[in-house]
Design a binder for this molecule. Sequence first.
Ligand code: SAJ
Length: 479
Amino acid sequence: MSSRLQSIIDAKGPIRKIGVIGMGYVGIPAAVLFANAPAFESVRGFQRDSPSSGYKVAMLNRGESPLKGEEPGLEDLLGKVVGAGKFRCTSDFSEIAECDAVTLAIQTPFKDPKDLIPDFSALIEGLRAVGRYLSEGTLVVLESTVTPGTTAGMAREILEEESGLIAGEEFALAHAPERVMVGRLLKNIREHDRIVGGIDDVSTRRAVELYSPVLTTGKIIPMTATAAEVTKTAENAFRDLQIAAANQLALHCEAMGVNVYDVRAGIDSLKGEGITRAVLWPGAGVGGHCLTKDSWHLERGAQVLGGDLWYPHGAESIFGVARKINEFMPRHMVHLTLEGLKRTDKSPKGAKVALLGWAFIQNSDDTRNTPAEPYLAAMEEVGARVWVHDPFVDGYPRIEVSHDLEGTLAGADVVTIFTGHHHYASLEAAQVKELSGREHPVIVDGRNVIDPDAFIREGFVYKGIGRGDKNSHGVAPGR
Ligand code: SAJ
């Protein structure tokens, strides 16, 4: 533990001025909550004056949020702290020099998860800017999801190189991963427990001082910086693993001729302290920007930081296998579609596929890493014509997304449900059949939203994820 850093911090006194780098869906609510806390004097939001996002500076300084979608309470609070002069956004990064604490909330996507190399370019640019203007005794906190080892490794090296100061001796350094979900940003920051990990005890304590004032029901959970990085990536890797286990079970149930949802309900009935099973939901695949990448951050951390990896089944961990299972599900939806077409002696070539649901999650417009995309590509590859419908999605690069459900269903040889939007639960079998104009249209249910028997009675060929009890049904005579 560094007494030198502690004495520098003691001389500096409590944190008063805070800088937040990156005015996105993580940085904006964080900055507003820091500014609203009486413990702090002022907050600077730092935003690059780039062509794509420089507009945010003026917008935020007018008290307007650039974030899409409903964020309860955010714009009111933003207007309050801007009006009170406690928050200001700027693209002048030299003002970092006046800050007692600086947080970085910058996206860390993967260029290609296959090679496990994350794209840290934006984060590196942010770290260099902070390093250039870093003053002695300042606390630097990474909020972005990073590969374990990044805070105490690459981030520390860049900050020391740019500032000439020594981490843990002349400035404090920590990781406090964000755990926010769109639609509940302020609520999540206030109410979720906050993992806070410093490169040393002094840094951890200073980071606890920074985050404590913004928590209401959430508690601080202190640990080391690397443990904090592992916690964040592992909490999503575990969710991905649980979904993969449900998907694997669904594939087994299809093979064994049983209904996975009956099995799931049966397993779920085993309740009680210490014996409950967290069986999640099988489906057409896993999208979003959290679960599709955080397992690879975790894997890379183990490979880069770790020595020998001791697994009974070779170098691949179950988190990597889980990713493969979840990435397989859209391809399984292709298998089910082609099997359905085969039962009606219809070639996929030239077949019209009505693809219902482009968002990666139900009742949302969020399309990041949607599993529907690989399905569409594979079906077009075998010559099918795919029409996409999604009531929440207004557009997507190179994809026409319709809001006209009847128009999408008209003349469809195949109806594929990819997202569990509530609109699709009320599909009427007779109406869909009539719109399709086919004697035996195929319906593939990726989210268990329709009643198989209602569609089978109308002459559909039904296929469903995990529906081993229905996938080989007799085809009713056309009506
Ligand atoms: N999915 C399934 N089966 C399930 C649950 C989800 O197939 O049982 C699919 C969804 O359809 C979607 C994908 O997985 O395509 C991801 O769904 P998600 O509910 O995990 O939503 P995300 O990706 O927004 O996850 C975020 C994460 N939050 C943060 O990283 C801060 C995750 O840790 C949360 O658990 C999750 O939100 C949540 O619970 O809402």
